[in-house]
Design a protein around this ligand. Structure first.
Ligand code: NAD
Ligand code: LMR
Length: 345
């Protein structure tokens, strides 16, 4: 049995250095809700949030098992008050929530694309967004449910319709792409993953995932041509690797829970006033707004959520080609979400 501080140290050491996981508590603390808390992502994510000293009030909601998951996690001896809510208690779970993470929805099976999840997950996300817009309209919403390229615009449209949309407070969680890029590049470069930072822009599926390997300090370790192309492909299709290995039992859950906990930690620290926090995330963005009004890129986070979306660094010829391939798909995915909500309000 190892001490909690040892667990914290080991998790923090494995974390890209920009914001260390669960390093210290900030002054203000936060009420956080997880919708889909009993699932493959929801359970480990809820546990990681319970370990975050900035989370004081943790609400776990699902259409099944959440009171049990809540009772279990509530016995962990960290300060966050933890409650599991029954299926009919969604609004109660959302009252006063300041950060809402949404991993509710079905995962892929081998042979499926993320877009194949649209028909099931669109209505799940729409309904949860409606409840959030009604009960906690000022909350920061972190969407994990796939297809993220479409579910984020769905949440935006629901909030617009309710008259409470604030683009600074809506995020598609793409941290897993950054996590994979860091892991895979460090495997080639022989570097420590924490020191291997690769911004990943675009969206969250296949060719819409665009790693900017040229921005990594280790970029020269990757040979141009085949090695570069294989690495890009592995980052773009890392999700498929897990779906195949799980052989019908779902997609990435543990690495995703870690990635979402990292993003939530950064956001909460920024909300609490920490300076200089930047994470890649899929947000309403001016960068390519006429083609893709939502776009993932490194975003500066602040007390209101999105603080600034810096211009992209200059891209290599290969990265420009990847971006050119990304934008048409991303445009279709975004339009699909917007159109669907208009037809299915
Ligand atoms: P899962 O099936 O294990 O869990 C999903 C949970 O959602 C279940 O517990 C289910 O009961 C719950 N749920 C369903 N409808 C609900 C509703 N209306 N309200 C509340 N809860 C509801 O699936 P998972 O592996 O945890 O994956 C969840 C989603 O996350 C999938 O869509 C998956 O594709 C996506 N995902 C995204 C990323 C990313 O990088 N953004 C990474 C991995 C998985
Ligand atoms: C991932 O990137 O692992 C997730 O989006 C899940 C999936 O379907 O691949």
């Amino acid at each position: 049995m190892f001490a909690r501080t040892a667990l914290r140290t080991s998790v923090a050491a494995a974390r890209p250095a920009s914001a260390r996981l669960f390093s210290q508590s900030s002054a203000a603390q936060r009420a956080v809700a997880v919708l889909g808390a009993s699932g493959g992502i929801g359970q480990p994510l809820s546990l990681l949030l319970k370990l975050n000293p900035d989370v004081t009030d943790l609400r776990l909601y699902d259409i099944r098992l959440a009171p049990g998951v809540g009772a279990d996690i509530s016995h962990v001896n960290t300060p966050a008050k933890t409650t599991g809510y029954a299926p009919e208690e969604l609004e109660k779970a959302l009252e006063g929530a300041e950060v809402i993470l949404i991993p509710a929805g079905v995962p892929r099976k081998p042979g499926m694309t993320r877009d194949d999840l649209f028909n099931t997950n669109a209505s799940i996300v729409r309904d949860l967004a409606k409840a959030a817009a009604k009960v906690s309209p000022k909350a920061h919403i972190l969407v994990i449910s796939n297809p993220v390229n479409s579910t984020v615009p769905i949440v935006a449209e629901v909030f617009k319709k309710a008259g409470v949309y604030d683009p600074k407070r809506l995020f598609g969680v793409t941290t897993l792409d950054v996590t994979r890029a860091s892991t895979f590049l460090s495997g080639i470069a022989g570097s420590h993953p924490a020191e291997t930072k690769v911004p990943v822009i675009g969206g969250h599926s296949g060719v819409t995932i665009v790693p900017l390997l040229s921005q990594a300090a280790q970029s020269s370790s990757v040979n141009p041509g085949e090695q570069y192309e294989k690495l890009v492909h592995r980052i773009q299709f890392g999700g498929d690797e897990v779906v195949k290995a799980k052989d019908g039992a779902g997609s990435a859950t543990l690495s995703m829970a870690y990635a979402a906990a990292v993003f939530a930690e950064s956001l909460i620290k920024a909300l609490n006033g920490a300076k200089g926090i930047k994470e890649c995330t899929f947000v309403e963005s001016p960068l390519f707004k006429d083609v893709a009004p939502f776009f993932a890129s490194p975003v500066e986070l602040g007390p209101e959520g999105v603080e600034n979306i810096p211009a992209l660094p200059s891209l290599t010829e290969e990265e420009q080609k990847l971006l050119d391939a990304c934008l048409p798909d991303l445009q279709k995915n975004i339009s699909k979400g917007v159109k669907w909500v208009a037809e299915n309000p």
